[in-house]
Design a protein around this ligand. Structure first.
Ligand SMILES: [Zn+2]
Length: 109
């Protein structure tokens, strides 16, 4: 059985504290994603391919590779580990490549 300690912020009892704080308080101060580094994609209107790091991909292939690419641009705060990256939809609008991403993180000590 794990020993429970009091969160120094809200007083909740928890068996896992980070720097003296419970998960809720830690999360409020440090959200899972610390930094999302710039991700530059270029869409070519002629070939209809999308370039990342000077390599051109078709939309389908890029869609498959996006979770890995997004993952390489993410920096998480202490206490979190990446569970899953899911790309919702990709939209090409002129030269813009837009996509929605869901990032699931686990909290652990
Ligand atoms: Zn707390």
């Amino acid at each position: 059985m794990k020993f429970k300690r009091k969160c120094c912020e809200c007083g909740a009892l928890s068996s896992s504290l980070i720097d003296g704080k419970c998960e809720v308080c830690h999360r409020a101060e440090f959200p899972p994603i610390k930094e999302f580094k710039p991700l530059v994609l270029h869409f070519c209107n002629v070939t209809k391919k999308i370039a990342y790091n000077n390599i051109y991909y078709t939309e389908d292939i890029l869609f498959e590779k996006l979770p890995e690419i997004v993952g390489s641009k993410l920096e998480l705060n202490k206490g979190y580990s990446l569970r899953e990256i899911e790309i919702d939809e990709i939209e090409l609008d002129g030269h813009l490549v837009r996509f929605k991403v869901n990032i699931e993180c686990d909290f652990e000590l």
